[in-house]
Ligand binder design. Structure first.
Ligand SMILES: [Zn+2]
Length: 251
């Protein structure tokens, strides 16, 4: 039985020398009273922690979910991201937005129900687009202003109210790097836990016109690169950005 213990953007792990893994039953016996069960399956016991102590006993520690992306395989990360997003939804929808009463979890349906007015409170999922722009043999790669050294990615951003996904792709590209694109095609999607409730929707597109002019509020560097001179990769192999760039590099 693996224990997925999450609190906001952190996950509890067991560290043995350099090896990071999910804690087993024997690791968490001393903190059992702090755990709030979220769900139990045949393979996983998923819990939150309240209160979160300053220090954990033994070799337990909380690490940021971004770090965790580098320690676990894709199948386990899918499970971790799913429950992190579900937990975040529960944490941020404790009260009804209409009458202010407590919401209740239901056994069968995956939404919360107001205990007074029966308002159904569905998870808030925030779509974001990400786009791989091709220009001949090159693709546009960019560094956001908050990226770690040597980390590069693709143009991405949140979809705004009233916008189609394709319009969001065109707008983000125009805002962040000043160029126009064409032939926008769906690539794939990925639930993404940052800030907490995103789904990244990936597209490819072709360069149409314009010179690159970066928006310095969001982008530090951006240019077209080919398979031989690309400047870096995303910070984690789990991200859709990395999968989209890997596909290009392998072609
Ligand atoms: Zn209500």
């Amino acid at each position: 039985m693996l224990h997925i213990i999450i609190t906001q953007h952190k996950i509890l792990v067991h560290q043995n020398d350099e090896k990071i893994s999910l804690p087993q039953k024997e690791h968490i016996s001393q903190i059992k009273h702090m755990l709030i069960s979220i769900v139990q399956t045949d393979e996983y016991l998923v819990s939150g922690i309240d209160p979160v102590p300053d220090n954990f006993p033994g070799s337990l520690k909380l690490i940021h979910l971004r770090q965790a992306l580098n320690y676990f395989d894709d199948a386990l990360l899918k499970v971790i991201v799913y429950y992190q997003q579900l937990n975040s939804y529960y944490d941020t929808h404790k009260f009804c937005g209409i009458c202010g009463s407590r919401t209740m979890r239901q056994d069968k349906n995956k939404f919360l129900l107001c205990s007074q007015c029966n308002h159904e409170v569905y998870p808030h999922i925030a779509p974001s687009i990400i786009v791989r722009i091709h220009k001949g043999d090159e693709i546009l790669m960019a560094r956001g202003i908050n990226f770690a050294p040597n980390v590069w990615g693709l143009i991405a951003g949140f979809v705004e109210v009233g916008e189609t996904l394709e319009n969001a792709v065109r707008r983000e590209v125009h805002e962040e790097v000043g160029i126009e694109i064409k032939n926008i095609r769906y690539w794939g999607s990925q639930p993404w836990p940052f800030p907490s409730n995103s789904i990244m929707v990936g597209f490819t597109a072709d360069y149409k016109s314009g010179e690159i002019v970066i928006d310095p509020v969001e982008i530090e560097q951006a240019a077209f690169y080919n398979r031989h001179n690309y400047p870096g990769r995303p910070g984690t192999t789990y991200s859709i950005a990395n999968k989209m760039i890997s596909e290009y590099l392998s072609q």
